[in-house]
Design a protein around this ligand. Sequence first.
Ligand code: CA2
Length: 143
Amino acid sequence: MQQHIFVLNGPNLNLLGQREPEIYGHDTLSGIEQKMKALAREAIISFRQTNSEGQLVDWVQEAGRVADTLIINAGAYTHTSIALHDALRACKSKIIEVHLSNPAAREEFRTTNYVSACADATIAGFGAAGYLMALTATLDAQS
Ligand code: CA2
């Protein structure tokens, strides 16, 4: 059966590839989207980015209605958003949390995480490859 996979990206991830490449790498977000779509086999990928917390919550709710799997990099909302946590708790999709960097090895404030407890798996610290790892694992689990 054809899988529907949501890939949601939170605040400031639209800046990827433009600043701080030593932390986040050189890939742009649209480059990551293209690589994921090239790997997607017959799966449908809905790839989105927002800087707005409410929009991210709306999309998580939508994922829960229509997506088999949600791959999410919530950016800084990972560390702040109880609204996102509640939306993820209610989401029926399989949830894979992705981070480019490893927040646990950075500033103290990044060790608070409201996403991990709702995720089936977390991939962090592999840069853009983490998104592809999440996708490959999702597709392999269904084949
Ligand atoms: O490592 C990750 O993927 C993060 O989710 C990225 C977030 C950060 O707040 C999390 O702690 C970890 C930040 C995304 C901002 O991305 C930028 C990219 C280029 C230039 C400036 C920001």
